[in-house]
Design a protein around this ligand. Structure first.
Ligand code: KIV
Length: 302
């Protein structure tokens, strides 16, 4: 993959080229500087600062709780941590209700956050906002199927979308609406595999699936699921590491070493010239009774 601009970051043109070349696109969420650095080094082309931040990093019970300021804070960290990936910032709940508000808030993610693109949920219902963002020159990614910000309106329970004839047709309309609004890609979340493949065939922008089967143009995973960091792994996720256990083991081993007095050892400590210390403590040859201006007891006072 090679960037085609002066910046070393991938652009929507690079993503379009991957898609045109038939390469599947791996995308991951990222929320912080050190993880972004590692994912960037691994060559992940798109880092999404998802509003899943709310649940997996900030401990809120739902994505609707996360604010623009919190999203911006984490977007900046991911941008600082990456050099090559395109950083996509998720527009939080109620931040793109009108075209004007959508343009203003999307602009903040680029201007203040340093992101290269934004993502917003909703198909037909969000099309006017998506269009306004694109008209402002801001690349936008759509997100249809299960849209967590609308969970209360969708019945509250996380479930696969588009299983009935009407629901499948509504999802097709949503996909077309997102594409017509000018989005450069669209996330399909919790969609039956055959329907996701059929949508993918009918669009000329990449579909990025999460719980939408292998027939999408790319896949996205929540990085904490990928790394096995959470206490619950959703059915559609595959943990490629088990960091929760690794961290538990590390923290327990550390606590046990501190308790036993075996951490730090000489390898983790530094030494000073003993003669200098002797001098400082009033043990040295140069010791002068009147030389210490602060009230730390010297050896002779102990
Ligand atoms: O916020 C998020 O993590 C997302 C992905 C699930 C696509 O929107």
């Amino acid at each position: 993959m090679s960037a085609t601009t002066n910046s070393s970051r991938l652009t929507i043109q690079d993503i379009a080229k991957l898609y045109a070349d038939g390469q599947r696109i791996p995308m991951l969420t990222a929320y912080d500087y050190p993880t972004a650095r590692i994912l960037d080094e691994a060559g992940i082309p798109i880092l999404l600062v998802g509003d899943s931040l709310a649940e997996v990093m900030l401990g809120y019970e739902s994505t609707v709780r996360v604010s623009m300021e919190e999203m911006l804070h984490h977007t900046k960290a991911v941008v600082r941590g990456s050099e090559r990936a395109m950083v996509v910032a998720d527009m939080p709940f109620l931040s793109y209700e009108t075209p004007e508000q959508a343009r203003e808030n999307a602009g903040r993610f680029l201007r203040e956050g340093g992101a290269q693109a934004v993502k917003a949920e909703g198909g037909v219902r969000s099309a006017r906002s998506l269009e306004a963002i694109v008209r402002a020159g801001i690349p936008v990614m759509g997100h249809i199927g299960w849209t967590p910000q609308a969970r209360h309106g969708m019945g509250g329970k996380v479930r696969v979308q588009g299983r009935t004839r009407d629901a499948a047709q509504r999802l097709l309309s949503d996909a077309i609406a997102v594409q017509d609004a000018g989005a450069f890609a669209v996330v399909l979340e919790l969609v039956p595999a055959q329907l996701a493949a059929a949508i993918t065939e009918r669009l000329h922008i990449p579909t990025i699936g999460i719980g939408a089967g292998p027939g999408c143009s790319g896949q996205v995973q929540v990085v904490t699921d990928l790394l096995g960091l959470g206490s619950f792994i959703p059915r559609h996720a595959r943990p490629y590491a088990h960091l929760r256990e690794t961290i538990l083991d590390a923290a327990r081993a550390y606590a046990s070493d501190v308790n036993a007095g075996t951490f730090p050892g000489s390898a983790e400590s530094s030494a000073m010239d003993q003669a200098v210390l002797d001098e400082a403590l009033g043990r040295g040859e140069m010791d002068r009774a009147d030389a210490v201006p602060f009230p730390i007891p010297l050896d002779r006072d102990l």
